[in-house]
Design a protein around this ligand. Structure first.
Ligand SMILES: NC(=O)C1=CN([C@@H]2O[C@H](COP(=O)(O)OP(=O)(O)OC[C@H]3O[C@@H](n4cnc5c(N)ncnc54)[C@H](OP(=O)(O)O)[C@@H]3O)[C@@H](O)[C@H]2O)C=CC1
Ligand SMILES: Nc1nc(=O)c2c([nH]1)NC[C@@H]1CN(c3ccc(C(=O)N[C@@H](CCC(=O)O)C(=O)O)cc3)C=[N+]21
Length: 281
């Protein structure tokens, strides 16, 4: 039997718990505030930005919405981030990826103050994470670890294979899995014999951005499959990076798309905003 992991339900449970935390902070005179910066008008990014605002509003987190034109220069973006860094009413900053080509994502990430880093992507935070002394964490990897915990899926001692090595997902997730005592393999586009590597996984995490590229023959029977991908097909359907159609009854646990990892990313962003606000005092 395959258990479908309900990320939507788990995320909404977490978000309702956060309401009390936000209220307590407000009573103590602190209104938690997340700044979301969107450069350009990528339609998918706009959907995520909207979802984030909706979640924040429900919890009682203030958001500062900053929408910049797609031709914004790197200098202009860095100046804005510097201003947000020194604004005492802002506790967390998120700059939506991808950025237009004229902006160097690394320079942007380096500019966000580590103590306001909503995404946990700043090298200081990544360094602490790799030293098993985590501060701000990347939200999608944190969401995945939280789902595994909530479903009581043991990580310690397991063979974990992560397909994808982005700074946003694969790399920070590998560190979290290692900190949780898994044996971790990271695969990517240069990996030889991906099927063989993937089939070793007790827990397989796929974050490639390639619609349905991982099929049953990449997966060991009874494995836990975490599908991070979100791909919009030409016919409008939303699918993951895993071809999920014939996995029912074959894998032990599976995250659906939509309704799996995506909503958890947003819940973790909200949780982290409250944590950063709390630590700011
Ligand atoms: N659910 C959520 O909350 C989130 C979902 N996403 C989704 O997750 C997916 C991945 O996102 P992100 O990590 O930002 O993507 P990136 O494009 O930054 O990274 C993709 C990774 O996949 C690897 N890859 C690509 N093709 C293959 C292949 N054929 N075989 C093996 N590895 C491959 C790349 O390898 P190489 O490094 O060699 O190029 C790269 O490491 C996307 O669909 C995105 O929309 C992203 C963030 C949050
Ligand atoms: N700096 C930065 N941080 C990010 O965390 C970040 C980013 N940039 N750029 C883009 C990716 C993608 N991402 C998602 C968040 C929520 C859903 C989500 O809510 N998905 C829902 C709905 C999907 C839909 O209906 O379109 C679901 O999967 O059920 C998806 C994707 C965060 N990302």
């Amino acid at each position: 039997m395959t258990v479908m992991i309900d990320g939507k339900k788990t995320a909404s449970q977490i978000q309702s718990e956060l309401v009390n935390k936000a209220q307590a902070l407000k009573k103590a005179g602190l209104t938690p505030c997340l700044a979301v910066v969107l450069v350009g008008d990528d339609p998918a990014s706009q959907v995520y930005v909207r979802n984030k605002h909706r979640a924040a509003q429900k919890i009682g987190i203030k958001t500062k919405d900053i929408h910049l034109p797609k031709e914004t220069s790197q200098a202009e973006l860095l100046k804005l981030i510097t201003e947000l860094n020194s604004d005492p009413t802002v506790h967390a900053i998120l700059v939506q990826m991808p950025l237009p080509a004229q902006i160097d994502a690394e320079a942007m990430i380096n500019t966000i103050a580590p103590e306001k880093d909503a995404d946990g992507l700043n090298p200081t935070n990544i360094g602490h994470l790799f030293m098993d002394d985590p501060r701000a964490l990347a939200c999608t990897p944190r969401g995945i670890m939280t789902l595994l915990e909530k479903y009581q899926i043991e990580v310690a001692g397991k063979e974990v294979v992560i397909i994808g090595r982005s700074n946003l997902v694969g790399r920070p997730l590998a560190a979290l899995m290692l900190n949780a005592d898994a044996t971790v393999t990271i695969a990517h586009s240069k990996t030889k014999d991906l099927k063989k590597i993937a089939r070793q996984a007790d827990i397989l995490v796929v974050a490639t951005g390639r619609a349905e590229m991982i099929t049953k023959d990449h997966i060991k029977e009874g494995a836990v499959v975490i599908d991070v991908g979100i791909n919009r097909l030409a016919d409008g359907r939303l699918v993951g990076d895993v071809a999920q159609g014939d996995l029912d009854g074959y894998v032990s646990y599976l995250t659906p798309v939509p309704g799996g990892v995506g909503p958890m990313t947003i819940a973790m962003l909200m949780q982290q905003t409250l944590e950063l606000a709390e630590k700011s005092r």
